[in-house]
Design a protein around this ligand. Structure first.
Ligand SMILES: [Fe+2]
Length: 382
């Protein structure tokens, strides 16, 4: 008889400060961990006035700081390398990254480059190993990536047009300051796309080969919160209760992937973002139904349970897949890959990319996918 056992090690060192107005504590936290931070961010949060809330809390404490406002959506090696140089030239001893996943992931990578003095490309390609990084405070302004509590940083390397992840315990944020009020200015489409990223983290880690009851608990609660609140947050951006639940769901999904990592949906999506600049969450939403249909036979019970938590449907492949289509419609994210600019002639290259640098995520999936399988999933999602 087969006996189910578990064998894993897990330690997550992130100090979490969660709650409305918690951004006001940034100055206090910063002064506790260093002398001068580099504030890493993109343009949007500056325009929306979100950045000022953080800057004010630094000024209130009289903290000397430098800023690096050059992070683009889907950040690239060059963004990171320039940021690392700025941190060194400005004498910064820690990083504060505020924004969506792009800014926080760029901040994590800048924290590595600033200490190690090498291009981040070397770490993305595994030519060098991360030995240390500056301490980092992560302040998310979207609810999706969960990067505020995990050890991953995802960056695009234009050299070989790849979107790769660094995974290292050295890049766990020292603090995550999760203030749901910072997310209320997110427009509906970004709310939906970020929220779908959190949803993808929850279910991909749930059916992952690396899943265990600890990650499963995070995944299940995340899906419950997303079911309760994502549509509300999309339709009523000022609903702070829905925003709080989504901020929590994103964080819980971050813990889930920190333990059990992502699977085939992310494996196929990264090349889409790398080659076409597609928003990560929109790409995931476009391919999720086909990936779930393909993967269902490898984790029937888990997919049935997920669909039950998401929308109360009974199990069965057709009903599970249908519930994903319905969920996408409810949050206004029912785009196809064609809508996002993918053409049929791109399929072989995208499938090659998936296997070229996302193999670990392909292997995590409950059903192993060949190049032909991946091509079929992309074609079905056009
Ligand atoms: Fe993701």
């Amino acid at each position: 008889m087969y006996l189910m056992t578990w064998n894993f090690e897990y330690q997550n060192p992130v100090n979490v400060l969660f709650g409305v107005k918690s951004v006001k504590k940034t100055g206090e936290v910063s002064s506790n961990i260093g002398r001068k931070p580099l504030v890493v961010h993109g343009k949007t949060i500056e325009k929306l006035g979100i950045l000022n809330k953080l800057i004010d809390s630094l000024k209130d404490r009289g903290i000397d700081f430098a800023t690096y406002p050059e992070v683009s959506p889907n950040p690239k090696v060059e963004d990171v390398d320039k940021g690392a140089m700025k941190a060194r030239d400005s004498g910064c001893d820690h990083i504060i990254a505020i924004g969506g996943g792009s800014s926080i992931d760029a901040g994590k990578a800048i924290a590595v480059g600033a200490v190690m003095g090498k291009s981040i490309s070397d770490f993305l390609h595994g030519r060098l190993k991360v030995d240390s990084a500056l301490p980092l405070i992560a302040v998310p302004t979207t609810a999706g990536t969960g990067t505020e509590v995990d050890r991953f940083s995802v960056i695009i390397d234009p050299e070989d047009i790849s979107k790769r992840a660094i995974a290292s315990p050295h890049i766990y944020p020292k603090y995550a300051i999760v203030d749901p009020e910072l997310t209320v200015t997110m427009p509906p489409r970004l709310t939906a796309a970020s929220g779908f990223d959190a949803f993808a983290h929850a279910w991909e880690s749930y059916v992952s080969q690396l899943s265990n009851p600890l990650s499963e608990a995070y995944s299940e609660k995340a899906v419950m919160l997303i079911a309760e609140s994502l549509e509300k947050a999309v339709k009523n951006p000022g609903d702070i209760e829905a925003r709080s639940k989504m901020a929590m769901a994103a964080m819980l999904s971050g813990y889930a992937i920190d333990i059990a990592r992502v699977g085939l949906c992310h494996a196929i999506e990264h090349p889409l973002s790398a080659r076409l600049g597609i928003h990560h969450g929109e790409g995931l939403a476009a391919i999720a139904p086909a990936v779930i249909e393909f993967s269902y036979p490898g984790a029937e019970d888990k997919f049935n349970r997920l669909a039950g938590l998401l929308s109360g449907v009974a199990g069965g492949k057709e009903r599970v897949v249908e519930s994903i289509y319905r969920f996408r419609e409810e949050i206004g994210l029912d785009n196809t890959l064609t809508d996002l600019g993918v053409r049929k002639d791109m399929i072989p290259l995208l499938a090659e990319d998936t296997l070229r640098y996302m193999g670990y995520a392909v292997d995590n999936n409950p059903v192993k996918a060949s190049k032909k399988d991946i091509e079929a999933i992309i074609e079905k999602s056009l």
